[in-house]
Design a protein around this ligand. Structure first.
Ligand SMILES: Cc1ncc(COP(=O)(O)O)c(C=O)c1O
Length: 361
């Protein structure tokens, strides 16, 4: 078994946005200017109407939110075609991860490495044993498996047929399958974004976790949710602090989900910009991991690495050139050998390519 959380003892900053530590590490001044390609957020958001909406609703901060979040849950339930009691509104997808992990307290859970490190951290926090597993490994002595789809950090979208197989194998041994779909609305092929919610009716051991912070570019607001059977949602709700989601986030849920124009514009951007950047990055001598979402896992190709340009050297050159990438220390199986770069709007992406041209010269 691998250690549950490699990051605690690491000298590398835990989340991508911690630029200050990286600047200091590379001897750069704290006011060194850079563009942030380390956080994976929709560059089109937040939707243009959000600031005025927030201003109109500011006065609601002087009262408590509805502790049951009836309206927000109803909007999410209608969006996915499930019942309101199958929805738990959470303080970002992050809280949903910790509440799902809470169901495994004292048990054993599997994660597919490399993946988002918060699953292992949340599980370790409730005394669960964490195992790094491979797709073919038996599940019979596990209480739960966490699957990130599409996966952070490589962006890989496990085909639906393979999720179905995993679901059947998990059901056969009474193991829960917890699928984090934080980036599912930000995949190039969005056709099956509502496929797993539709499976909840027949798969009582399935839990889906969603984030609304990435697609709508509202990470500071904090908004996410979990979908599962009524029994599992009730069990997660028992562990959730009251009023965990603020009034503005809860109130924004329905209008955000109703903004189909924003969703369509986002999908149109992704369908063009992701393939364009994939080709441009590979042409510059980078090895790009197969993926289908709004970020790239990459490293200098073998030839460049043989000449001494590894991922860390590229991270430093990029930062000197004004681009902050996400290191992969703390991701089991990657251990710093790759970098993650967000897909941004066309102009920002072009600036990245220009800096890469200098770095890779
Ligand atoms: C895979 C994955 N799931 C969930 C989250 C949590 O997102 P939030 O809590 O902002 O909704 C993140 C954030 O980086 C993530 O990468």
């Amino acid at each position: 078994m691998e250690p549950a959380n490699r990051e605690d003892a690491s000298p590398w900053p835990r989340h991508g946005g911690q630029a200050r530590a990286l600047l200091a590490r590379f001897g750069l001044p704290p006011d060194h200017s850079f563009e942030d390609f380390s956080a994976n957020l929709n560059p089109l958001g937040p939707p243009g109407w959000v600031p005025a909406w927030l201003e109109r609703h500011l006065s609601e901060l002087s009262r408590y939110p509805d502790v049951d979040y009836v309206e927000a849950r109803a909007a999410i339930a209608a969006h996915h075609g499930v019942s309101r009691d199958q929805v738990l509104v959470t303080n970002g997808g992050g809280e949903a991860i910790f509440l799902a992990a809470g169901l495994c307290a004292g048990g054993r859970a599997g994660v597919f490495a490399p993946t988002f490190s918060e699953y292992a951290r949340a599980l370790a926090g409730v005394g669960a044993e964490v195992r790094e597993i491979a797709p073919a490994d038996p599940l019979d002595d596990l209480d739960a498996v966490f699957l990130c789809r599409p996966n952070n950090p490589d962006g890989r979208l496990l085909p639906l047929s393979e999720v179905e197989t995993l679901l059947a194998r998990a059901a056969a041994v009474n193991c829960r399958l917890i699928v984090d779909e934080a980036f599912i609305d930000l995949t190039t092929d969005n056709a099956d974004a509502n496929a797993l919610p539709a499976r909840l009716a027949t798969h009582p051991q399935l839990i889906l976790l969603r984030s609304m912070t990435k697609f709508y570019t509202l990470p500071g607001l904090r908004l996410g949710y979990a979908l599962a059977s009524e029994a599992l949602i009730a069990a997660m709700a028992r562990r959730q602090p009251p009023w965990s989601v603020n009034q503005l986030a809860a109130g924004l849920t329905a209008p955000l989900l109703a903004d189909t124009d924003f969703a369509a514009r986002t999908h149109a951007w992704l369908a063009v910009e992701r393939p364009r950047m994939q080709v441009a990055l590979e042409r510059r001598g980078l090895e790009v991991a197969p993926g289908e979402t709004c970020f790239f896992l990459l490293r200098p190709n073998l030839e460049a690495r043989r000449q001494g340009l590894d991922a860390e050297a590229l991270l430093e050159r990029l930062l000197r050139g004004g681009i902050l990438a996400r290191h992969t220390h703390g991701y089991a199986g990657l251990d710093g050998g790759w970098l993650r770069l967000a897909l941004r709007d066309k102009d920002a992406n072009n600036r990245l390519l220009k800096v890469l041209d200098d770095c890779l010269r």
